[in-house]
Design a protein around this ligand. Sequence first.
Ligand code: NAP
Length: 302
Amino acid sequence: MKVLFAAPDTLWSHWSQAIARACPEAELTRSGDPASFDAIIYAPGGEIEDLSPYRNARLVQSLWAGVERIVINQTLTQPLARMVDPGLSEGMAEFCTGWAMRAHLGMDRYAQDGIWRNGDTPPLARDRRITVLGMGVLGSAVTQMLAGIGFDVAGYSPSGRGPDGIPILSGNALPQALARAEILISLLPDTDGTRNLMNAENLALLPERAWIINPGRGTLIDDQALIAALDSGHIAHAVLDVFRTEPLPSDHPFWSHPGITVTPHIAAETRPETAATLVAQNLRRVMTGQPALHLVDRQKGY
Ligand code: NAP
């Protein structure tokens, strides 16, 4: 089986070794006669963006979970599968839980300023309401970790999809999902339906002094509306891992805003050691006439 690696050169060394271990029968190369390839492994930023000559490829396997850049590629006619990786899910659950704990325990109050603040009883997780927007692979993993700690956590997905044992709000219940969110975690893909979902109107539905943690996509939040909500004191703090422009420009107001923590798109990494298993599985599936796992619905965009 001949497989094209259509991804930035910086990824080649690590990924080619991991894929060679997981799928030794795949002949993975970075160039060749387009018509000779059975499948394409893809990440944005590589040299190949015109996929039309790869007419015999039965699969385009994305190395990333977010597929907003490839899904709009007009030359893509092959089935597109996105990345689902246990390492990615674990990393995202740990990232969101860590920052939720900072919000929940009010860790920022305990600066080294000489003030003995022992007047308040620390809260318990069971008294803290968290809403996770998006009950896909990552949102579900985050929700389960938070529920395991004892948080009063609920999920929201348009379809009502979500893990067993977790209260799920669906359809037109987004306002209720937001109204309960002392901590809001957004794990939505970048689509026509999610862009600017957290606009001024929806930000106003969050409880006073809510926290927002956004490792989904930067387009989900209206930047100016967020700054206004922080400045007014309605939102206490936002932890932002993803941005409309990445890297976040050095003059962007998010960098200096005291109510914003910027993390540089590091919430969860795809780890070749674990992710190569899915790549191998999908390559074998398409070579034996089975549909790949985790196919993207191009109409929905995720
Ligand atoms: P997924 O499995 O495709 O799940 C997406 C979820 O979003 C689904 O529950 C879906 O609802 C929901 N959704 C879609 N459109 C919506 C809308 N308009 N309003 C509300 N909910 C909507 O995706 P995933 O694997 O969990 O990944 C989620 C996103 O995380 C990725 O798309 C990517 O952008 C981001 N990500 C970030 C990092 C990082 O390091 N920061 C790493 C990996 C991924 P239904 O269940 O009803 O379909």
